[in-house]
Design a protein around this ligand. Sequence first.
Ligand SMILES: *[C@@H]1O[C@H](CO)[C@@H](O)[C@H](O)[C@H]1NC(C)=O
Ligand SMILES: *[C@@H]1O[C@H](CO)[C@@H](O)[C@H](O)[C@H]1NC(C)=O
Length: 509
Amino acid sequence: MTYDKLRRRERSQPAQKMANVHRGKLLTLALIVLLSVSDVACGHRTSSREQLEANGKDVGDDPATSVRREKVKDAMLHAWTSYEKYAWGFDQLQPQTMNGVDSFGGLGVTIVDALDTLFIMGLDEQFKRARDWVATSLNFNKNYNASVFETTIRMVGGLVSGYDLSGDKVFLEKATDIADRLLPAWNTPSGINYNSINLVTGHAHNYPSANGNSILAEVGTTQLEFIALSQRTNQPKYQEKVEKVIEVLHKNFPADGLLPVYINPRTGKPSPSFITFGALGDSFYEYLLKVWIQGNKTQAVNVYRKMWETSVSGLQSLVRKSTPSGYAYICEKNRNTLINQMNELACFASGMLALGSSGFDPQKAQMILSLAEEIGKTCYNFYQITNTKLAGEDYLFTAGKDMSADSLYNLMRPETVESLFYLWRFTGNKMYQDWGWDIFKAFEKNSRLETGYVGLTNVNTGAKDNLMQSFFLAETLKYLYLLFSPTSVIPLDEWVFNTEAHPLKIVSR
Ligand SMILES: *[C@@H]1O[C@H](CO)[C@@H](O)[C@H](O)[C@H]1NC(C)=O
Ligand SMILES: *[C@@H]1O[C@H](CO)[C@@H](O)[C@H](O)[C@H]1NC(C)=O
């Protein structure tokens, strides 16, 4: 069977439509039989260009891939069941001590973060219990200084996504409640928001550790969620606040598109500080691209694409190759000095480049996609060079010695499997599924306990910590699941993921 026929056939299958995918087990089985015959043929006929165009439509599934998908679903069920058993209603589970911990003010963050993953995987009973908890027990009236950024990406993002997937209005009501509590953080002289706000008093401030500055990644990573909320509630106030931030940053945007990580909330100007695609910088660049996608790439969001393209040229100026093996990596920059260091967090950039590549002319698109693949390979190697095959938090690059892990802990972060998901979607190369499977196996081997999943304090000895991060359920397991699912599950021309992997529906502006 040719690739084209296969694609048409799958497209006509109602079971392959996103929300129905888990309700069509029989059809899925039929597809597996059908696909196993054609698997080899379509795997090799698919060029990356064809894939680029086919993205968001359906490409093949096969028995081995669906077995992997089921294993990831089992992992989610184990993580969720452990949380339900030992930490229900708390923000996160501590698997070793078998109790809950309120790391975010007691907002049941794991429940909200996991909502859409449960929905997408077809864990219907679990989703129902989570939904009922949100309806009856989720209470934002907490005398707690919340991080505007964390609360936005996990709570507003998780709730709006839950609404987009299920249509249940309770999620939108709750999202509005928490967004209204966050909104006073934007009342600053420049419109650049503060990092922290008290959920009861509305008193907002910046962290002393940042010398009173706002943080680039924090002020530049609320736009998707608040714009989505305005679109769904017809209340422009959310969108106005977050777009003003980009307006101010646009006024002070440097020629290479690289902003230092500290922004003065009084003047709106950058304060002397370093430049990075890792911690404190990262998702600002991601959201420039994704707001453009969320706005369906229309004129109204053109400025975001322009800013993003400028920052990509800046990113390219930070790329160096290791010796002797030639791994591409993204340096940090302090004033005019490049620093040969890359956080695992910066591995998101590979997926971002793949996602944004198709907006360039064909030649440049191919070049950017190649760069995405090179960085993805480096990030996969972050995992492969440790004893546990799980990445450390930070890597140093040294002439003649390629790379070495610097910070040795692993929080079960998603950035590398996220990028493997995008690379697979945009190239069709099954190697990326195999790489993701290697990483999944390493989590199963090192992070899985009877009572949940934990991070590692040392990726070489395998010593464990005592926390199941909510983003493991929201992001890591979701991207792995999607890596082994047909491309029609959350097609990228209809959905855009926020930085916590919550898919938001694309609505034209
Ligand atoms: C919130 O932050 C303010 C300003 O730093 C501080 O005075 C207050 O005690 C904090 N409140 C809580 C509940 O931690
Ligand atoms: C986005 O734009 C495309 C054409 O460029 C159009 O076909 C599609 O319907 C639009 N999507 C939405 C959600 O408006």
